[in-house]
Design a protein around this ligand. Sequence first.
Ligand SMILES: Cc1cc2nc3c(=O)[nH]c(=O)nc-3n(C[C@H](O)[C@H](O)[C@H](O)COP(=O)(O)O)c2cc1C
Length: 191
Amino acid sequence: MPEIQARPAAREVGRGPRPTGEARTFAPDELIVSKTDLRGVITYANDVFLRVSRYELDEVIGRPHNLIRHPEMPRAVFALLWQTLSEGRELFAYINNLASDGAHYWVLAHVTPSYGPDGGIVGYHSNRRRPSPGAIRTVVPLYEQLLAEERRHPTAKAAVTASSRLLDELVAAQAESYEEFVWSVINREER
Ligand SMILES: Cc1cc2nc3c(=O)[nH]c(=O)nc-3n(C[C@H](O)[C@H](O)[C@H](O)COP(=O)(O)O)c2cc1C
């Protein structure tokens, strides 16, 4: 397989969609699926991904996954995602994504590393389902606190350091670990 060349995300060159505030959703029995290489460049997206994000396949393949990043998602969540994946572990996370037409859609993502025959990580895979409205209501105020912390810092590095620390504190106030915290949200809202 030839390596897919990374292309800049549209938002990096200032042409990214502007959030309109329109909330989009998808059916409870649908899965939004994508795969990436080790750098987070998209190598696969399923039809549900394309329909909900309003992109064509050739617009997403070869693009960094931050193509659909919503500006109101805290950096700390993505830092935790990449840290967890780099350790070869999977992660569940609630993520708000931005479609090409400016609508947003919340997902409950399950992101996993993929291993090659030599045991090394060769890429990543994400399956997303529709989160319950109650779960979104739980994570929105948490993410708002993280964002507020990030906005107090002049550099991205300082922002993510501070908000990652705050995320640790907020999680520790409620659970033994991030995994336990996220499962408590998933289970609480599905009962
Ligand atoms: C398999 C996989 C799936 C991802 N899915 C998303 C996603 O749905 N939305 C998103 O904003 N970032 C997603 N990311 C994280 C992005 O790579 C990136 O870290 C994030 O958008 C933050 O972008 P930024 O560093 O430019 O702020 C995913 C990463 C991987 C490895």
